[in-house]
Design a protein around this ligand. Structure first.
Ligand SMILES: C[S@@+](CC[C@H](N)C(=O)[O-])C[C@H]1O[C@@H](n2cnc3c(N)ncnc32)[C@H](O)[C@@H]1O
Length: 202
């Protein structure tokens, strides 16, 4: 691993440095399979279009998939370098990527879905209760928190893995788990340690 000067993942500079040096081992390089299936299923069941927020979006590969499906999706990241990369990849959808801090950002419209992908595991464990509370605050009753959750016990990160019991403790006060599936197309950093999950806000 290269040497980096910024060591605090709570600071945008940490992520700026990694995007600027193109050290992004968490980046899947495409929209993943379970998300593709979820978008297709929503289309089939006519539950789309959904109003979506993708926090900590990095390269935001998911954004074009959602917008092409007719969803009202916005991706945010507090790292200027991440936003620049996402915009460079987004083509006609570049204006749907905003530089914003997840903990401060207020969507202009009510959300149907928050998309989770390598955001919770990017933050130190002490920050997780604030993330869970913000998810709960952002979603109305019936709204969905869907995406990829990384399960691991290694003390150092990122990525900071979670235990299933800890995830339940964080989310059960506000959400019911309605889908929990194995992932077949993980990239190496997450292989064998992640699950696709959907949680519904009560
Ligand atoms: C591990 S990366 C994951 C990026 C992307 N979701 C992916 O899966 O490729 C974590 C991202 O979260 C962003 N991030 C961390 N804390 C944030 C915050 N408070 N608000 C917005 N973005 C944040 C970082 O800048 C970084 O781009």
């Amino acid at each position: 691993m290269p040497e980096f000067s910024s060591r605090d993942p709570l600071a945008p500079a940490f992520w700026d440095e990694r995007f600027e040096r193109e050290f992004t081992p968490w980046d899947r390089g495409d929209a993943p399979a379970a998300l593709r299936a979820f978008v297709a299923q929503a289309k089939d069941s006519r539950t789309a279009p959904l109003s979506v927020l993708a926090p900590g979006c990095g390269s935001a590969w998911e954004l074009a998939l959602m917008l092409d499906a007719g969803w009202d999706a916005t991706a945010i990241d507090f790292s200027a370098a991440a936003v620049a990369r996402a915009k460079s990849l987004a083509g006609q959808w570049a204006d749907r990527i905003l530089q914003a801090d997840f903990f401060d950002y207020t969507p202009p419209r009510p959300l149907d879905l928050v998309y989770e992908q390598a955001f919770l595991c990017a933050l130190p464990r002490a920050r997780w209760p604030a993330v869970a509370q913000r998810w709960a605050d952002l979603l109305p009753s019936g709204g969905l928190l869907a995406g990829y959750f990384f399960f691991d016990g290694a003390p150092k990160g990122p990525p900071f893995g979670i235990a299933r019991a800890r995830l339940d403790a964080l989310l059960a006060p506000h959400f019911d788990c309605v889908a929990d599936e194995a992932v077949t197309d993980s990239i190496p950093v997450f292989a064998g340690k992640e699950r696709w999950m959907v949680w519904r806000r009560r």
